[in-house]
Design a protein around this ligand. Structure first.
Ligand SMILES: [Zn+2]
Ligand SMILES: [Zn+2]
Length: 330
């Protein structure tokens, strides 16, 4: 009980301190001009840590959209950690849980439980267990190392702007940057499951919202992402700006990452046709009184191809199956 209280106080301070720091930053702005260095530190640190989340934690670690050189993996995981959105393993577990139960009972942050809950409230509801949702990652030494040394990278993300820009550098490149990146990431969970357009039928409420797409460097094309979770590119049309996708493309070109997973135009057309054909899944509403998902492993299923694999493993298995199907098609 005590540890739950400590955890809640910790989450609250992580949410509130950057917010209060932003208020302080604004008052300082009115007292004297903000230096160019502060804005450069804010923009650079924001870009790097948002890429750490989008390219590192999300597309590389959670969805295995590509394989990276170990040094690139390490740098991406460290940058993601600097965003102060929890250790890599915990982040991946929560996100796999989200995809496995998207907008159904067990989804950690569905807006069907309220917009505030989807944006921030879910942070107070406890953590997803990485031993349940991403057992395959618990065995990866690099991922475990960066996760265990999480606080070191958080500190580094504050020390760097402090060394380069002093106290105002720490304020803008550290705390204001964390505040902005937090709300942009959380907007993918709240806004992109509430507002925006749906190009593909996905059986959940995911949507493409261009403002979040721009601010999050591509993560806001969230309906595309739920339709093709393993795709390294979330922007699927030329006009869907996806900065994370451009970085992945560049890193692939210079040989630092490989096995980049792409969605073929034929597969896209087939998924789009499914919606046009009127096959719309009914979202399963979260009913009050239904028992919340527990952190215990899901029941085992047995079938010829998916024998003895729990649901969450079937989810990651399915991403592999999609890839095989697409390769056959190509
Ligand atoms: Zn989602
Ligand atoms: Zn995802």
């Amino acid at each position: 009980m005590k540890s739950i209280t400590v955890y809640k106080v910790l989450v609250l301070s992580i949410v509130l301190v950057p917010l209060l720091a932003t208020v302080l930053a604004i008052s300082l702005l009115w007292e004297r001009a903000v230096h160019w260095l502060d804005l450069v530190l804010l923009a650079t640190m924001y870009a790097l840590t948002i890429l750490g989340i989008g390219v590192g934690f999300h597309r590389m670690l959670t969805h295995r959209s590509f394989r990276a050189h170990p040094v690139v993996s390490f740098v991406l995981l460290v940058l993601g950690s600097m965003s102060v959105e929890g250790p890599a393993l915990e982040w991946a577990a929560t996100h796999i849980k989200h995809h496995a139960h998207a907008d159904r009972e067990g989804d950690p942050h569905s807006p069907l439980e309220g917009f505030f809950h989807a944006h921030i409230g879910w942070l107070f509801a406890g953590k997803a267990d990485s031993n349940v949702y991403c057992r395959h990652l618990v065995k990866e030494p690099l991922v475990v190392f960066v996760s265990r040394t999480f606080l070191l990278w958080v500190a580094l993300g504050l020390i760097i702007p402090f060394v380069l820009g002093g106290w105002s550098g720490l304020l803008w490149g550290g705390l204001v940057r964390i505040f902005l990146a937090h709300h942009v990431t959380w907007s993918v969970n709240s806004i992109c499951h509430t507002f925006g357009k749906r190009e593909f039928e996905t059986g959940d409420q995911s949507r493409n919202e261009w403002i979040v797409g721009l601010l999050s460097f591509g993560e806001g094309w969230h309906n595309n992402h739920h339709a093709f979770p393993r795709s390294a590119f979330h922007g699927l049309h030329w006009w869907q700006v996806d900065c994370s996708g451009y970085i992945i493309w560049t890193l692939e070109r210079i040989g630092l990452i490989r096995d980049v997973y792409r969605v073929s135009p034929a597969l896209m057309a087939r998924r789009a046709a499914r919606k046009a054909g009127g096959v719309l899944a009914t979202p399963v509403l979260l009913e009050e009184g239904v028992q919340k998902a527990t952190e215990t492993p899901l029941p085992l299923r047995s079938s010829t191809s998916q024998r003895f694999l729990p649901d969450y493993h079937m989810y990651t298995e399915r991403m592999d199956t999609d890839q095989v199907a697409q390769q056959k098609e190509a």
